[in-house]
Design a protein around this ligand. Structure first.
Ligand SMILES: *Cc1c(COP(=O)(O)O)cnc(C)c1O
Length: 351
């Protein structure tokens, strides 16, 4: 096998990841702080994220599907894994054999789990107003869970990133549920929910985006560090004369004689066309504005004010999540989960 170096890489900071988890754990008060690592830990790499967080003391992990759970086996010692999408009929073989618990969310799933007859612990999702996954409160209190060994009873906040009255309503509903339904632990808060205060933490919190550098609410500003740093190689540096245009649709016209860096990066890598007009990269201390349209595999940056840049150099993309989200219109979640397979994920401590 020849090792082929990638012209596109995602530098990942385990130090920042762990620092974010510790801050979220502190905000969670006496509750344990888990981690949502679905969608390959929001594109960063679930196995590595789990390894770093488990080493820091995180014990409770959440994925969406059984395929995601299978990819994480064997689990680090002492770690528990829950599968948020529950068990469909075709999931039962995986659910019986893998060391993970389903988060049951409908009467059909509960019947399926009961019929499997193994008495193994499960988690249960109750809907308190989001109307996505979960049992109706009346179903849960009406005896549907009798005889099940419920490890964690969950609900999910719909508007925790906003100052919405829905938050207090869901909190009150969840408190009622806790009084009515026995479980070993209760869990309500995602990243934004943790920022709403200790009342929302119960026994276990489930942050995702804030672990990975997202700022879900203003309370987290200044505490959450960037974890993922995309970088692309310069394939060519070209001189463009005053008045010439660059790229598809000729949307950028050189306002002066310019030096343009063509980077190995495009919308096929999740660097979408909405970055046109506001995207930016840096090289050494210099700033390179994105120019023209992002193409599938290539993006042009204006390197006129950056002396010394050459073919083969690496550009660091501006990708701080809160500001990149604000200027691009993409959510902080989309910015991470969209980053494609051509990025080589490389864990290191940035300096
Ligand atoms: C994705 C998810 C989380 C984590 O949400 P963030 O907003 O990324 O912190 C927590 N709980 C459930 C049920 C989820 O689906």
């Amino acid at each position: 096998m020849i090792a082929i170096p990638s012209p596109l890489r995602l530098r990942l900071s385990s130090e920042a990841l762990v620092a974010n988890w510790r801050w979220l754990a502190k905000q969670s008060g006496s509750a344990a702080c888990g981690a949502a690592i679905k969608a390959d830990a929001y594109g960063l790499g679930a196995r590595e994220v789990m390894r770093h967080l488990a080493a820091a003391g995180c014990r409770d992990f959440f994925v969406a599907t059984w395929a995601e759970a299978a990819a994480l086996m064997p689990l680090p010692r002492g770690v528990s894994l829950s599968v948020l999408h529950g068990v469909g009929a075709s999931d039962m073989v995986a659910a019986r054999t893998l060391a993970a618990r389903p988060v049951l969310s409908s009467l059909v799933q509960i019947a399926r789990w009961r019929d499997a007859g193994e008495g193994r612990p499960c988690d249960v999702m109750i809907d308190t107003g989001m109307n996505r996954l979960g049992l109706h409160v009346e179903e849960a209190t009406g005896g549907a869970l009798d005889g099940l060994t419920v490890e964690t009873l969950l609900s999910h906040l719909a508007s925790a990133d906003e100052d919405s009255e829905q938050n207090a309503r869901q909190l009150a509903a969840f408190r009622d549920i806790r009084r009515a339904i026995p479980a070993r632990r209760y869990s309500l808060a995602n990243s934004a929910g943790i920022c709403l205060g200790a009342d929302y933490a119960f026994d276990l919190t489930r942050p995702g985006i804030a672990l990975y550098g997202g700022t879900p609410r203003s309370e987290a500003e200044g505490h959450i560090r960037q974890v993922a740093f995309p970088e692309a190689r310069v394939l060519q540096v070209r001189e463009v004369r005053h008045g010439e245009t660059v790229g598809y649709g000729a949307t950028w016209t050189a306002p002066r004689d310019s030096r343009i860096a063509i980077a190995n990066l495009g919308y096929a890598d999740g660097y979408l066309r909405c970055h046109s007009g506001s995207g930016r990269a840096t090289w050494e201390a210099g700033s390179l504005p994105l120019i023209g349209r992002v193409s599938m595999d290539l993006t042009a940056f204006d390197a006129s004010d950056v002396g010394g840049l050459e073919e083969g150099d690496w550009l660091a993309l501006g990708y701080d999540l809160p500001s990149t989200s604000a200027r691009s219109g993409l959510s902080q979640y989309e910015l991470l989960t969209g980053l494609g397979a051509r990025f080589e994920r490389r864990w290191a401590r940035p300096d």
